[in-house]
Each structure stands twice: as structure tokens, then as C-alpha cells.
Design a protein around this ligand. Sequence first.
Ligand code: NAD
Ligand code: TYD
Length: 355
Amino acid sequence: MQTVLVTGGAGFIGANFILLARQNNWFNIINVDKLTYASNLENLAELQNDTNYHFVQGDIDNVELVSYLLDKYQPNAIINFAAETHVDRSIFSPQTFIQTNVVGTFNLLEATRFYWQKLSLQNQQQFRFLHVSTDEVYGSLSTQEPAFREDTPYAPNSPYAASKAAADHFVRAYYHTYKLPTLTTNCSNNYGMRQFPEKLIPLTILNALDGKSLPIYGDGQNIRDWLYVIDHCEAIYLVIQQGKIGETYNIGGLNEQTNLTVVKKICAILDELIPKPNFSYSSLINFVPDRPGHDRRYAIDCSKIRRDLGWQPKENFDSGLRKTVQWYLDNSAWVNQVSSGAYQNWLKQNYENRK
Ligand code: NAD
Ligand code: TYD
């Protein structure tokens, strides 16, 4: 079985990927995570007796540590999930986004290049570096414009998107310059279990359960293309197995929704699962001042990955959203753990001035 070094595997998508990979015996996994506020080792608690899974607390920025791990575990592939990921935080403090997403990815590429150049020719050819990126690098669409394709020019608008775009460019450059066998995936908004509640869907679920207002930026008509996290993980698995080196693959849910629709759907599910007399959760909806530079619409054309690798999203939005709400209801210990003082401080910083 192959060994894969996963970065950022204690976060939302990385943890779901690792759990799926171990359940299906896809790979041995080494997980390197800095354990920032967005991480949660509880996500991976069920792997504590799994001898094919190893966790190391560490920073992708640390070439020495990453080089040591690569030499020790001799992975056949690296999947880079590690990043600062929240647009609103990137507006308040862009510095950490540059440090992790740009400099960190660059240093990870450097450590990988040193390791890869020492491999035998056969192992060099089989090696893969998969960089997990976002559709936000392509900028914003009007309602009429066609969805983002792999050849859509980059036009990032937030510090988060700019930092991911810069990282994507370095990955591209390492393929072209050093022939490092890279792959890049640009995915739309993910939702599902284990997502940190700063993001729209879990924030809405947890605020609604607490009877707090449900903040909607601007007019609520911004559109995102939502993909269930397990569909994303399966796409990554396919790309690492069968993707053509040096290429990028767009991954999307074929599921464009306005933010207002998403929030109303969550309210309708909660009205059904936890009904309260003469009350609908949608009465908590509160329009608040917009996010600066808020991208209007994202949409992904994922025909390349469908055509070349046979992938398409399996989960439908209504059932995926219902499963997600149910997961947060069933995991109150997880919720209590992430709703710590630091999270409360973030809520104050981001929402207090919006009232
Ligand atoms: P997340 O914020 O939930 O988790 C990120 C993880 O990376 C955390 O565990 C954190 O501790 C770790 N990390 C941060 N800085 C690190 C560093 N310097 N070294 C090592 N680990 C570090 O993020 P996510 O939502 O799981 O996203 C994972 C990846 O997928 C990111 O690269 C993101 O840009 C990309 N992506 C996310 C979405 C989405 O909707 N969530 C969509 C498309 C692409
Ligand atoms: P988010 O989950 O932060 O993802 P991204 O900004 O990466 O797309 O936000 C999804 C959408 O929801 C985005 O258009 C911003 C909007 N939003 C709100 O309206 N209210 C909120 O409190 C949050 C966090 C997001």
C-alpha cells in the first residue's frame, strides 16, 4: 500500500479525506498539521489505534521538519490541504495567509523537490504532489457568465483568494521548471460534517440551535456552488490515482445556491427536526452589512474531471444538507469543544460592528 503525507489533515476536508482513506485502505497516512484554531484532533480520534496512521504536529513552512518526515516515511505522494481558509479572517489579518498559503506552500515544494530529486527514476515517475486549491482564485462571475473552466484567467479578489492563487502559481512553476509531478485541484465551497463553525453552513446551524440571529451579508443573493465534502474527497483520490501530471482539475457540485436559499433550507430542516411551537428558525435571519469585496457568484465547470476521470458529484444538496445538520445535532461534544473562548472572540470581532 502507498504512503501519503497529508498536510492540514486535522481540518475539515483533510480529516474527512483521511478517515475515508483509512476506511477504504487507500493509503498509509502521515498527517502533518500545525494545529491552528481551525483544526481539531477529535476529528481523527477513531484512528488512535490505527498503525497505518501517524500524526505529527508541524508547520509546512518548516523545511527541516518536512524534509525529516519525507526521509523517514518515504511517501509516494503529498496532498497539501494545509492553509488558512476563511475569507473574513483574511480581511482582518492577511499576514498569516501569506505566511502559510504562499510561503508555507513554497517551502513545502522546496522540501518536496529536495526529497524527490533523491528518489530512483521509477519512484520519481510514480511520485505525486497534489495541491488542493479553490475556485475563488478565478474571481467573481455575474449571473450570466459561464462557469469557471481550468483555463479561466486568475482574478483573485480577497487576500485569501490571492494567497491561494500565488500558491497555485508556485505549484505550476515547480512542474514546469523542475518537472516535479504536480496536480492541482480547484474546488467550489464544501459543506458537511466537521466544518469549523466560522463558515456559513455550520455557523447558521449552531446559531439557530442557540436561538441567535443568522447573519446574511448584503442582500443574500451572492451565489456559491456547494459540494458535499465526501464528493470532494473522492475526486481528490481519483486525481491522485489517475490525474495527468502538471494539470489542474476543477471540482464542483453543479449546485448553485444563493446564500439566502441555503440559510432558509437549513431553517426548514431544523423546523422539522427540532420544532418549536409558533416559531420558525427563519425568523432569526438578519441581513447585516456586506463583506468588503464580496464576490457575487462562483460556478464551476467540472466537465474536464467528468470526461477524463469519470467523476461527478453523488450527493444531492437536500440530502447532504440534512445529513450535515443531523451530524451537528449528534455531535454536541465536538461542537462544545470548538465553541471555545477563541471562537467567541472571533464572533465578536466579525459580527459586533455589523449589527
Ligand atoms: P480548514 O481551515 O478547516 O483546515 C485547515 C487545516 O490546516 C487546519 O487543521 C490547520 O491547523 C492546518 N494548517 C494551517 N496552517 C498550517 C501550517 N502552516 N502547517 C500545517 N498545517 C496548517 O480548511 P479546509 O476547509 O479543510 O480546507 C482545506 C484545503 O482545501 C485548503 O487548502 C482550502 O484552501 C481548500 N479548499 C477549501 C474549500 C472549502 O469550502 N472549505 C473549498 C475549496 C478548497
Ligand atoms: P463562507 O462559508 O465564508 O465561504 P466563502 O466566503 O469562502 O465562499 O461564506 C459563504 C457565503 O456566505 C459567502 O458568500 C459569504 C456568506 N456569508 C454570510 O452571508 N454570512 C456569514 O456569516 C458568513 C460566514 C458567510
